[in-house]
Design a protein around this ligand. Sequence first.
Ligand SMILES: C[S@@+](CC[C@H](N)C(=O)[O-])C[C@H]1O[C@@H](n2cnc3c(N)ncnc32)[C@H](O)[C@@H]1O
Length: 337
Amino acid sequence: MPHVVLETHTPLYRIVERTEPFVVEEEGTVWRMRDVFLNRDDTHGLAECLVVVGGRLERFFVHLAQREEDGAIVVRPYPVPRIDPQPSVKRMVALVAEALTAADPDTHVARSTIEEFLSDRWVWRPDPEPSEWDPMLPSRGLPRPLDWGVVFGSPGPVEIEIGSGKGTFLVESAAARPDHRFLSIEWALPYAEHVRDRIRRRGLENVRVARADAARFLGEHVRPGSVRAIHVYFPDPWPKKRHQKRRLMQPGFVSAAAEALEEAGELRFVTDHEEYFEEARAALAAEPSLEEAPVLEGEMTDLTNYERKYRAEGRPIHRARFVKRGGAPDGARRPPR
Ligand SMILES: C[S@@+](CC[C@H](N)C(=O)[O-])C[C@H]1O[C@@H](n2cnc3c(N)ncnc32)[C@H](O)[C@@H]1O
């Protein structure tokens, strides 16, 4: 039976709440997911789906079930087909599974019997004649890994800002260093869209935005050793004990970031939260390919929106810089200020 298993720790109803209805058109076929209906205890759902293939409309449901034992969600056609369903139904199941993963950073495809119907088979390419230039990367079908030359259409070192919020650091840095290429990885859609609009207004052709979870995006789409600098400024501190597992700067993220960096590339981290700072610094120091480098007085004080606000409040600000080992001596190839 065709199905996709999604690994997650998020309750099904939370994912469904954030899942947007969608329409996808590919090679003359239209796939549309309308509403998702949940049962009373929120453990099962039915996604109402319409497919127009060869001018014929088919309406059916895709079933979502969250398993009690491990929280995984199984996505499959409903009712269970007796014979192998048509490719259009399998593609619909894959699209619904992908819509759920796009709605929640903690939800991933773990297994699938319809591998060839998942979107990674459809490789995204920039539109050669866009009607309106869009610096936002699509959320589906991105190559693994990305080719920076294709993404930016120009050469130059790549710098990534994670969680760029309203985008002041990103926009100012991209304007100041036009020979560098900047990527914002921002999870929140309203911020990603806000940054996209700022980039368009400033006409900055060396910036792109990925609306994605940073650890996942680095691991899946960034070629190892291809990034000059990673900027992490004022990541959410999640101060409550029970929320601390949501913090960005954890060993999994640190190793993905270290892998993405080129030799002598660096990760810069700034926060006002002392306890998070020490925890993150310990995680960075434990990564064998990274080495801490000094932050000199007046360095790394580029203004992000949070830095501006917290400085005005007189809060102490903590800064750390870690360099990827194995390259030029410390300081020889730092990103220009
Ligand atoms: C406290 S704000 C800081 C914004 C900005 N760096 C500044 O200093 O003004 C943290 C930002 O990180 C984003 N964010 C949180 N977790 C993320 C993740 N896993 N991947 C990408 N962005 C994330 C949030 O949406 C938010 O925009």
